[in-house]
Write a protein that binds this ligand. Structure first.
Ligand SMILES: [Zn+2]
Length: 216
């Protein structure tokens, strides 16, 4: 079902692209100089922005590595990531300190947060994860509301991506992110049968890359 949906979305994207191109081809015969330049650039960016994943092997949990007192949101992270050269926020979901779930990039788009795995993963970012006094020190300081919201989201994602493993960013990267042991956290959760140790098959995928991934 997942593949069908993605293929379907992918076809729609293709159709939209060709529709947008149509006037350029069968229009009034305007010269290239009149229509090239910004128009072509826009189409190129449009394609990249809509780049969809073909499969979802991992649901990756991150943290924003911000102080617990910093009540930031998806818009803040979107600004940060754009400043780093991304097209937009690199995560699909953000969970604020009060547990509010916000959406980032499209759920089926290639991510820009899991180096080497961006084309086979979907990302969630919990706000927080470092100590108040020193942002270099990781700390599991997520609120009850955030974890409740995380569980609800994971339950939905496991339903959607039935063969995906739930992992922490630190399982595919030498980082503290998300500042807690995801596999321990998942023990006993009703939705966690799919989430397990991926060390047996984790290896960065190199087949598809996106501009975002290259920049990450
Ligand atoms: Zn991370």
């Amino acid at each position: 079902m997942e593949n069908d949906t993605i293929l379907d979305l992918f076809s729609q994207t293709q159709i939209k692209q060709s529709e947008r191109k149509a006037p350029l081809v069968i229009g009034t015969g305007a010269t290239d100089t009149a229509l090239s330049g910004p128009k072509v650039k826009y189409q190129k960016n449009g394609l990249k922005k809509k780049m969809l994943r073909r499969e979802t092997k991992y649901i990756v949990i991150h943290c924003s590595a911000t102080r617990p007192s910093q009540d930031i949101d998806a818009t803040t992270i979107d600004n940060w990531h754009r400043a780093r050269g991304f097209f937009k926020i690199g995560y699909a979901f953000v969970i604020k300190r009060d547990g509010t779930r916000e959406t980032g990039r499209g759920i089926d788009e290639v991510m820009a947060s899991n180096k080497g795995f961006n084309n086979v993963s979907v990302s969630i970012c919990l706000i927080g994860g470092v100590t108040e006094n020193d942002i270099k020190i990781a700390e599991n300081n997520f609120t009850e509301e955030q974890l409740k919201s995380l569980d609800e989201l994971l339950e939905e994602l496991v339903e959607k991506y039935t063969s995906a493993h739930i992992i922490g960013h630190n399982q595919i990267s030498i980082k503290d992110c998300p500042s807690f042991d995801v596999q321990s956290y998942l023990k006993g959760k009703s939705f966690s049968e799919k989430g397990d140790d991926i060390s047996r098959d984790a290896s960065p995928t190199k087949s598809i890359t996106s501009e975002d991934e290259k920049k990450f």
